[in-house]
Design a protein around this ligand. Sequence first.
Ligand SMILES: [Zn+2]
Length: 420
Amino acid sequence: MKVSILGAAKEVGRSAFLVNGNQTSILMDYGVLLKREPIFPMHVQPKDIDAVILTHAHLDHSGFAPYLFLSDSVETNVFSTLPTFDLSQLLIEDMIKISGFYLPFEYIDLLTMMKHSKNLQYREPHMINDFKVTLHESGHIIGGATILVEHEEKRLFYTGDINTRGSKLLRPADLDFDEVDLLIIESTYSQSEQMPREQSERELLEFAYEVIERGGTLFIPAFSVERAQEIACVLKTYNFPHKVVMDGMALKANEIMLKHPTFLKNAEIFKKSIGEAEWISGWNRRKRVVKEPCIIISPAGMLVGGSAVFYMQEVAKSDKNGIALVSFQGEGTPGRVLLEKRVTILDGKVRKCLADVKRFEFSGHNSRSELFEILDRIKGNPKVLTVHGDESSCTKFAEQIREKYGYDAKAPDAGEVTEI
Ligand SMILES: [Zn+2]
């Protein structure tokens, strides 16, 4: 088996790995790097691949897949779990609305891709010619998977984005399988530890009580898929007694997740948290709710768009209010500006944010020690490729793996080929 790196080389975004055997070629993920102008992975001809397998719905893993379906006559299939297809469709459709101008495909191509979608179940191997492909639960977002490819007695394991500690919404990643010859592992937080989840939850709760008890509104901008629902579940688990409202694309994600209860750790808690929250629609209600003492959860997580922009502007006007940032805040985003400078910018106007702003860690990725736990558990003497992290996270992680385990580990460049 040969693996070519088409993206996610020393960067977070545009994950894409081409796996070639003697007769079969598959693509694992085909994502975009989301910047003001999206950046794409290296190109592949659809006729040169037998299948695409998506680990999960985030656009940096799924967002470029419609490009393989520009023609109706394409025979390639795309494999993943049902929630991944439903959520990919939602997120890609939204990307087309926002960034369509920069994309080399259109909505119709997304529909063609969905016509070629084939659902896989976790732990049920599927033959793609002479490749045996198995998805395992990744714990990262609903429907998220890792990929195991077996071919001629060689075994490749790709983590995609992984969370082995689980969350309120999701079970931990499933690492129950045999020896591996090639491990492709994400490196997002390979050089940092995140705050223990329970501590983040308690601190968020404390902040929520503090803001509401002084009569304020707490606004929580959150990614529409997983993070918005995870926060609602955290509040429910601790029996938070005050009103919680949800808005924006998180509501569509709620509906999709309600359709797939078996993919959740505790469907009952999920249904309660979502069911008891108020789902906002319409500007009249939006304008009123922002003056009530309550929690508002709404995308976009980095405040780049959606109803979050309105909520941020309104909530920022009073020091009774609070803003809890629970998602990663990318360089140059309004969320990062708010966090670092305590200002909001709308139509070029800079305003001081009077509301109390705090950041909380709720990442869906493994921390450094948890990534090393994966290496402790993996059997065999694998080659290791460290991917999906910034340059130093990938490079240092590979170095540390070489030192600690003696494995042949490296942070590959785009275009590099590894053979097992
Ligand atoms: Zn992801």
